[in-house]
Design a protein around this ligand. Sequence first.
Ligand SMILES: *[C@@H]1O[C@H](CO)[C@@H](O)[C@H](O)[C@H]1NC(C)=O
Ligand SMILES: *[C@@H]1O[C@H](CO)[C@@H](O)[C@H](O)[C@H]1NC(C)=O
Length: 222
Amino acid sequence: MCQQCSRSSHDSARMKTIKKWFKRTDLVAEGENWIGGLFTIALIVLLIQTYVFANNFVFQYPAASVGSSNFACDVTLRNALFDTSLKSLAIPPSSEEQDMFDLLNDQQWTLHVNLINTAINCSSISPYEIIGTSSIALSLVTCKSVDSVVKTTIVFSNHVEQLQIVLNDINVIGNIAVGLTGLGSTAGSKSAQQINFIQAFYNTNETLVQSIPITLQLIMVS
Ligand SMILES: *[C@@H]1O[C@H](CO)[C@@H](O)[C@H](O)[C@H]1NC(C)=O
Ligand SMILES: *[C@@H]1O[C@H](CO)[C@@H](O)[C@H](O)[C@H]1NC(C)=O
């Protein structure tokens, strides 16, 4: 009985110490209430956890080359938002989007075909446009031959076109580079960015085959 008495007084003394300690750490209610101290500690723990999580999450990038997210409950968590605004062509664009598509549709494209490491000269290059089973002779807009590199340009009359470039020559070609350029344009708050890319096609130490089909496919992104 007495032992219990002393024990409970001992316990209440310990409780008082804990409450006092909590009051001291209280930043929420400025030391008036011991529960405020408990909240302060909880708040600090929460902030530290948030910081540690945010820090680990930031370094889970890029999503393709990082390991498991062991810091989170869900280890498959990635710092990436898999979202796309690509739409099916079957869905007609809204009037606002149509302005953007008009800008892109009106963009004039120039095809660049560069023949590298060759003795072919410009007079043996003839471009054709293929329409169905017939072909119409086109003319090169420019053709320059400098240091075994023949640079040609053709202007597209349409965005969907099949062109054939016939090289009436027996000389070989080491490398072919095909590119597309188009000027940017602006209408109101919308602007189409300029196109400017070129890609080389070659096999190391080998010349090109006699017939090379190349398909260029562009995706409109607004
Ligand atoms: C181009 O090549 C043809 C045939 O190989 C040749 O007759 C002609 O003189 C060449 N033209 C130029 C500008 O080198
Ligand atoms: C190309 O030729 C060089 C010299 O003969 C040779 O050292 C190299 O390995 C070859 N590269 C390929 C990809 O065949």
